[in-house]
Design a protein. Structure first.
Length: 49
């Protein structure tokens, strides 16, 4: 599976699958990628408001 943050290929067992409230699924190769993605998302959201 491809990491939704950095785009690296990672094994399902190595990464983390996140299911959002909207039903979307996001896969991250590591906890730091998950954190970065969340930070980026928050930042983008704040920028839009
Ligand atoms: Zn990653």
């Amino acid at each position: 599976m491809e990491c939704d943050y950095c785009g690296d290929e990672a094994r399902k067992t190595q990464g983390k699958l996140l299911v959002l409230n909207s039903g979307d699924k996001k896969f991250f190769c590591s906890g730091s990628c998950e954190k970065n993605w969340k930070n980026k998302r928050k930042h983008t959201h704040r920028k839009q408001e």
